[in-house]
Design a protein. Structure first.
Length: 173
């Protein structure tokens, strides 16, 4: 378990974390109903998720990734899309989101994931190395997403040679 201090750590998601993720989304993202990525947690084989735990092993945040496909010479290449990153309000601004992001991206890199995309705040995700998707030849599947909100992080430059076009979240419409 990675940690920034003795109070917080990150571990892989387990199905027993669903209620805590739902509550985190309700409070942090103000979602009355489960989000698209939360609903996919137990349905996609390639979904990846981690939770941040605090005192008493309380889940205080989570990060969820879903499979993504992008065009490549001779076919498509699979990567991941960052779907949700949320931290309970009383634990925000303590570095937990950054801990979740760095720990999960390190795990994806170790698993040989070639790239990650995100649709999110252009001022937040560059701390992890995300750049506008267009800088990597990638476009968002949704035309209404502003270019600055669609970002990509290349984890394996060699695997990404010749990759471009529309990057599509799998299982999300």
């Amino acid at each position: 378990m990675a940690s920034m201090d003795a109070r917080f750590g990150v571990r892989p998601y387990t199905p027993g974390d669903r209620a805590a993720i739902r509550e985190t989304n309700r409070q942090a993202l103000r979602m009355a109903q489960p989000g698209a990525f939360e609903q996919l947690l137990d349905t996609l084989d390639d979904m990846r998720a981690w939770v941040a735990v605090g005192p008493g092993a309380q889940v205080v945040g989570h990060i969820v990734y879903t499979p993504v496909l992008a065009g490549a010479a001779g076919g498509e290449i699979a990567g991941m899309g960052l779907g949700e990153l949320a931290v309970l309000p009383e634990f925000q601004r303590q570095g937990i989101g950054t801990l979740l992001g760095r720990t999960s991206l390190d795990a994806l890199r170790a698993a040989h994931c070639p790239f990650v995309i995100v649709v999110g705040h252009a001022s937040y995700y560059p701390r992890f190395g995300f750049r506008p998707g267009a800088a990597h030849g990638l476009r968002c599947q949704w035309a209404r997403v502003p270019a600055e909100s669609f970002m990509a992080l290349v984890l394996d430059a060699q695997a990404m040679r010749g990759v471009g076009g529309v990057a599509r979240f799998q299982g999300v419409v």
